[in-house]
Ligand binder design. Structure first.
Ligand SMILES: [Zn+2]
Length: 117
C-alpha cells in the first residue's frame, strides 16, 4: 500500500462496519455504505493519530454522507460531525435507535444512560 494514502486501515474499517451493524448510522440503509470522518481530515491529510481511528469514523450511506455536508448544524448536534477543537471521543453520537453513544478508539460503542446525563 502506498504510504501517502491517508484513509483508515482495512482492520479499522472492519471494526467500524461491525460496530455500526453494517447499516448507515443515520438512516439504517444497507446500501452504498462508506466510511465518514466526523472530524474532517485537514489539509495535509491525517496528521492527528485519531483521525483514522474508529471513534472518528461512522458507517454511513453515500446520500447521508452528502446530507451531512448540506446540514452541518443538525450534523454537529447529532455528533455525526465534530467541530475542531473538540475531539471525537468527547462528542456522543446519535444512532437510529434514538440513543446516543460514546465511541471508543478501540471500536467499542457505549450507550449513554439517560438518567446519567
Ligand atoms: Zn443513510
Amino acid at each position: 500500500m502506498a504510504r501517502r494514502r491517508t484513509g483508515p486501515t482495512d482492520a479499522v474499517k472492519d471494526l467500524v462496519y461491525r460496530r455500526d451493524g453494517g447499516r448507515c448510522v443515520r438512516c439504517d440503509s444497507l446500501h452504498r455504505l462508506t466510511i465518514h470522518h466526523r472530524v474532517n481530515r485537514g489539509m495535509g491529510g491525517a496528521r492527528e493519530p485519531w483521525i483514522n481511528q474508529p471513534h472518528n469514523l461512522l458507517l454511513v450511506c453515500e446520500p447521508c454522507n452528502g446530507w451531512f455536508e448540506d446540514n452541518p448544524r443538525e450534523s454537529y448536534e447529532a455528533g455525526w460531525k465534530v467541530r475542531r477543537p473538540q475531539l471525537p471521543d468527547e462528542v456522543e453520537v446519535l444512532y437510529t435507535d434514538g440513543r446516543v453513544y460514546r465511541l471508543g478508539a478501540d471500536g467499542v460503542r457505549a450507550a449513554i444512560v439517560e438518567a446519567a446525563r
